[in-house]
Write a protein that binds this ligand. Structure first.
Ligand code: GLN
Length: 481
């Protein structure tokens, strides 16, 4: 067997399986061995080796029967917020303990049709609320690059699985940075599609106007491959755009000559970690060497983005999470004297403290008397943020920014200080508020070895542009070791 086939890219794995160099069963065994060896990362919160090998065996049989799906036999890791028929779906929460999915999310169904294998469920901040995966009811995920540091969040388990060789690629969800930020913290690629590019059907909702499913992978090319399989109109999600899906693979070939790339002034601020700033600026200089013209642009409403995001996300979450009442799904607290008592006890015992904080905040900003002052005003600022991007994209094709102001936190560092954690989302929440697409590509490491990511932001439905930039950067050598 080829050594460490679990560390191949998806494209290499597909080629290897097609050429008969190894089977899907062998590849899946290598992945499972890595998950056992690195169990201390706590990347997966559920995994069924026998079921994974069964899926792999079926993929090998399909190949022998002449089938050739784009992902035939490739083991993927799925964030515990996406429904995969027959597998648990807890959203990292105690309240959904024991719940089994009844159907495949559309993104999953499309990957399955392309031949992918679903190894297990990756750890996450409860209901995707957080930036460290420490808000999981199932313990934190550790960063493969530095185990005393967090993997980021909320898709921390998916990022750790990809970076650690515990899956060939993974899916996450990104409401305010949850694909791009953990990818950046762990040193892998993460892509947040434009709002409406990928169906949200079967994704457990956090904030429906911001949520998107996105791939985490070892290369931009793999992320583009997964996106191409998942993207496109879905009758089950009316917010998906009825527009033909471009050939993302073609975008991988382009170079940077003739491209104008913007550096938003507001994304390079005092107080940022100097090593992060230096790595990102070096990456931008590389893009210039590769032929891009770099221009300075301004996104003047950036300073309101975190506040706007945490009002709107909490408001939507407070409505979306009303369905978890102990009646329909998962956990139910020992019944009290009345149904109302049962609801209260179930939600008090079932939800963790960060989720409760968001529900309380969200209910507050939607309540009469505060709606106009908070929710409505935040919606107006959201429009201003979107217009900032509209204006910037008249001056350039894509934007280059840091993903986060600092590298991965130490475990426990932000736990007692939610505001500190919220502020770390400053460079990622804007893309969700504006509905645009974003890519996180590894661009370096700090002296102690913590990965740093470069963020490439593109206009709505401009994924080809960010893929082109990311792939060209990666081809030029990618992260400075
Ligand atoms: N950290 C942000 C939050 O806590 C973003 C999370 C996400 O994208 N799901 O809401």
């Amino acid at each position: 067997m080829v050594p460490e086939i679990n560390k191949l890219t998806v494209r290499q794995a597909v080629d290897g399986i097609r050429a008969g160099a190894f089977s899907s069963v062998e590849l899946t065994r290598a992945v499972l061995a890595a998950t056992a060896k690195h169990a201390a990362l706590n990347a997966y919160i559920w995994l069924d080796a026998a079921d994974a090998l069964h899926q792999a065996g079926a993929a090998d049989a399909a190949r022998q029967a002449g089938q050739a799906g784009a992902l035939l036999g490739v083991p993927l890791a799925i964030k515990d917020v996406l429904n995969v028929a027959g597998q648990p779906c807890t959203c990292g929460s105690k309240i959904l303990k024991g719940y089994t999915s009844l159907y495949d999310a559309t993104a999953i169904a499309r990957l399955r049709a392309a031949g992918a294998i679903f190894v297990g469920r990756t750890n996450m901040d409860e209901f995707a609320m957080g930036s460290t995966t420490e808000n999981s009811a199932y313990g934190p995920t550790r960063n493969p690059a530095a185990p005393d540091h967090v993997a980021g969040g909320s898709s921390g388990g998916s990022a750790a699985a990809v970076a650690g060789g515990l899956a060939l690629a993974a899916l996450g969800s990104d409401t305010g940075g949850s694909v791009r930020q953990p990818a950046s913290f762990c040193g892998c690629v993460g892509l947040k599609p434009s709002y409406g590019r990928v169906s949200r059907y079967g994704l457990v909702s956090y904030a429906s106007s911001l949520d998107q499913i996105g791939p985490l992978a070892r290369t931009v090319s793999d992320a583009a491959l997964l996106l191409g399989v998942m993207a496109g109109r879905d009758a089950m999600d009316a917010t998906t755009l009825d527009k033909s899906v471009p050939d993302f693979a073609a975008a991988l070939q382009g170079d940077l000559r003739g491209m104008r790339l913007g550096m938003p002034r507001e994304y390079f601020v005092d107080g940022m970690n100097p090593e992060v700033a230096a790595a990102v600026k070096a990456a931008i200089a590389r893009c210039q060497e590769l032929g891009a013209e770099i221009v300075e642009v301004s996104l003047p409403h950036t300073k309101y983005a975190v506040a706007t995001y945490y009002i709107l996300a909490a408001a939507e979450a407070s409505a979306n999470l009303a369905r978890f009442d102990g009646v329909r799904y998962g956990f139910r607290a020992a019944a009290g004297d009345s149904p109302i008592e049962m609801y209260k006890k179930t939600r008090a015992e079932g939800f963790g403290s960060e989720v409760q904080r968001r529900i309380i905040l969200g209910t507050y900003v939607l309540s009469s008397g505060y709606y106009d002052a908070y929710y409505l005003r935040a919606q107006k600022v959201r429009t201003l943020i979107r217009r900032d991007f509209d204006a910037a994209f008249t001056q350039c094709d894509a934007l280059l920014t840091p993903v986060t102001p600092a590298p991965a936190y130490r475990l426990g560092e932000t736990m007692d200080d939610p505001l500190h954690m919220y502020l770390g989302d400053i460079f990622t929440v804007t893309a969700n508020l504006a509905g645009i697409c974003g890519l996180s590509v590894p661009c370096g490491r700090t002296r102690v070895g913590l990965p740093v990511g470069l963020q490439v932001l593109g206009p709505a439905f401009g994924e080809e542009k960010i893929i082109r930039v990311g792939a060209a950067f990666e081809r030029s050598g990618g992260a400075v070791p």
